[in-house]
Design a protein around this ligand. Sequence first.
Ligand SMILES: [Zn+2]
Ligand SMILES: [Zn+2]
Ligand SMILES: [Zn+2]
Length: 479
Amino acid sequence: MGDQNSIVIISQSPEERQELQSMLESAGHSVEGRDAAPDLMVQREEPGVDLYVVSLPADFQPALQEPGSLSRVARKRVLYITPNASGSMRRELFRAGAADVLTHPLKKIDLQYRAERILAANWMRFRKEFDEPAMLKFVKELLDARIETIEPALDPQMPTGHFYPAVANILGRSSMDRECLEKLAGLGLLGREVANRVRLCPECDDSRLNYRETCPKCNSLNILQQEMVTHFSCAHSAPLQHFRRGGNLVCPKCDQSLRHIGVDYEKPSQLFTCFSCEFVFRDPAVETQCLRCNCTCTPSQTIELTVYSFIVTPLAEQALIEGQISGVNLEMLLRNTQTGLYSKPYFEHEIRRELVRTERYQSPFSMLLVRIDNFEEITSLHPSEATQFAESIFKAVSSGLRMLDTTCVWDIDTLGVLLSATDKARSREVVRRIQDDVHKLEFLYSIREPSVTISLVSSEDGHTDAAALTSAALTDLQE
Ligand SMILES: [Zn+2]
Ligand SMILES: [Zn+2]
Ligand SMILES: [Zn+2]
């Protein structure tokens, strides 16, 4: 996966453009320098460009971006260079779509390393390159090496804190190793076993998080845990060291000696004091700070990622013998895990049967294609959950159908539904109900709000053969 990458450098200084260009060209990339206003690039990315390196002037203020206003996959190709390294600047740049942020002065080796890291995580490129022949080659090497289980190993340098040595041995070190394995697991060639759980930053998906204790009242970090003493007779509370006078304890407020624990004073207890607001408390609040993008949130707002061990399934060998993976796919997996889903050939056969029935008995029927919205983005951002995401939606769609309705996995993200003896008006009600049922899958919201696009064609539309009917449904879906 070491093709030449196309990099665009944006800087208003010609000298800097020259310098950056030579730094990156010496790493073997094709580099173009551009004199442009720095913040334009975040808005408009060109498909042929693998990486933008944007140098910001010292007085640059990033325009506040609505979180989520830009597609997260598309916007992870910008490396910002800034002389202003403040935490809030970092925060805004990551929010605006940075893949990484570097601070002036710049070292060539550092720039090259960061650029390589972003380029290696280019999901679109990876998807194109890890195609069926590449997957088969990978599976062959696994089987040749007699690897049965692919275990994750710890590496704090990786975004998830883990990498897969077995994958590194075959493909080289890549931050796409998990995606590789998830892709094969999605096709049924690998099974999963829980190996670890990590928490990720909700904004940049990185596991390098700092959990810090703060004042529950004012959120300050300036807190200290100390032994606190309360003098019963005057009710004065203060840290233990304020009571120490020589070898004795004397109340700093009323000057009485404290002799007997439980009589004169309460047993010292560990309490926190906030030096910002003077609040005294037993249990501090805990806040999570992302050490990469500097976003802060509560621990429960971080995102859990399950790290898996992958187990080679018999389907892997079968795919290798057949020389193709297309036969063993998500459809097969779904058919094994739930009833009521048919293969696409069977589904097409059923459409032909319905057409004959319509002609003979004037009984109408309808066909739906239900496509999961943004499934590509979901597979790229949450590869380990994508199958479950699709399965849950497919289940919700098919659970409300009648016994005589036929469903099939039309495509990895699309379900076909054949509604027997159902006219167009009643099919529209089914469409509405499916939309509602999918929307109610609240447990998927942490991955992404589930929604589907549905195309509806009916025998009433006058299609005379199955091919015309399905192509009309597909056209409808594209719009
Ligand atoms: Zn406070
Ligand atoms: Zn006292
Ligand atoms: Zn982050």
